[in-house]
Design a protein around this ligand. Structure first.
Ligand code: KG4
Ligand code: ZN
Length: 344
């Protein structure tokens, strides 16, 4: 175990996908969190265009950083540590934030620390609660759907993940089939309120599994087949049935993992955490103590990277180290290499 150190002011940067996020954390509390979203740039493509994302990160990273410092009421000279996402994500996008952060750290003569993007999502779980390990962390976004058991800071076991599409990606793809704009998760969920989930039958993926995996691509194909066979089907009913199947899958896995592991505290992060039905269903499970961090910290942002750096240094799990300046971006960067096991 490394010794615990306290770093007062941390600048965190995330450019893993299509949001340029920079935040400042002071003594473990979020002092600012500025996110420049690229959604409109990618909308015409119906998904994130990697090259467009990298160029936009390059264009805005400096002003976003200045805004984050200003909102936190600090200057670059006050920063004690710069942290940035190393992966997983789009490599060209990651390189922008990672290299910018290293440059700032070198120029200021302060340490640099690279952080796993998923570790950032897990750290964001702390905001607004006194949650401490052990807890389960469900990360459900446009790029990821994984369930982790967090035993301690720096000790994560991935209990399960999606075999194919991420939950948010499935929402976006089905929303597109229903003629909704990208990203369509929130719009699909709104449409679902007017529909009857029982009016349409969709397959429940991995219904009989005893593990903790997810699979959403078959569902997307089932919706495409249904729309082709029944062009007059109510889109609201399809949206309601689809949302119900996805939420059932997420809730079933989380509830079972909590029962099997004896860990009843659960945090939910990622853009899909905004889903109304998911929130209702998880909060209705009285055996779980569920925490949803504020939405602006739940989707991709830079403050969560600074929060992770804070937790890792304070807990003694990691320390900034000069060798970190040599790390490269990792588009594939599993947080936990351990085999899936929920062990108590
Ligand atoms: O974490 P996030 O903001 O960013 C990335 O994954 O890059 O997640 C965005 C995802 C999108 O797929 C979006 O459609 C989905 O979260 N999402 C939702 C809702 N709000 C956002 N999905 C379902 N219901 C929602 N209310
Ligand atoms: Zn993310």
């Amino acid at each position: 175990m490394l010794r615990s150190i306290t770093v007062k002011v941390i600048l965190g940067i995330d450019t893993s996908c299509d949001d340029t996020g920079v935040g400042v954390v002071i003594d473990g509390a979020v002092a600012s969190n500025v996110v420049a979203s690229q959604t409109e740039l990618h909308e015409p493509y119906g998904g994130v265009m990697p090259e467009v994302a990298s160029r936009e990160h390059l264009r805005v990273i400096q002003p976003v950083t200045e805004a984050a410092l200003e909102q936190a009421g600090v200057g670059m000279a006050d920063i004690d540590l710069v942290a940035a996402t190393r992966g997983p994500g789009l490599v060209g996008a990651l390189l922008v934030g990672l290299n910018y952060a290293k440059g700032l750290a070198l120029a200021r003569g302060v340490p640099f620390m690279s952080v796993n993007h998923l570790e950032g999502h897990i750290a964001s779980s702390l905001v607004g609660s006194d949650l401490q390990p052990p807890f389960l962390s469900l990360i459900a976004s446009g790029g990821h759907t994984s369930l982790f058991r967090v035993s301690a800071w720096g000790e994560y076991a991935e209990l399960g993940r999606t075999r194919d599409d991420a939950a948010g990606e499935a929402f976006d793809k089905v929303a597109r089939q229903l003629g909704l704009p990208y990203p369509g998760g929130a719009a699909l969920s709104e449409l679902a309120r007017e529909g009857d989930p029982a009016a349409v039958t969709l397959p429940q993926p991995l219904r009989n599994q005893t593990g903790y995996e997810f699979s959403f691509s078959g569902l997307k194909t089932a919706v495409a087949t249904l729309l082709a066979k029944q062009p007059d089907v109510s889109h609201a009913d399809v949206a309601a049935a689809f949302e119900q199947v996805v939420v059932n899958a997420l809730v079933d896995v989380v509830s079972r993992a909590a029962r099997d592991s004896g860990v009843s505290r659960v945090s939910v992060a990622g853009g899909v955490a905004a889903n109304r039905l998911l929130r209702e269903r998880l909060l209705a499970d009285t055996e779980l103590q569920v925490h949803f961090p504020p939405l602006e910290l739940s989707s991709d942002n830079g403050a969560m990277i600074a929060l992770a750096a804070h937790e890792l240094t304070v807990s003694g799990a990691r320390q900034p180290d000069a060798a970190e300046l040599a790390v490269d971006a990792l588009p594939y960067f599993p947080l936990a290499q351990q085999p899936a096991s929920v062990g108590r």
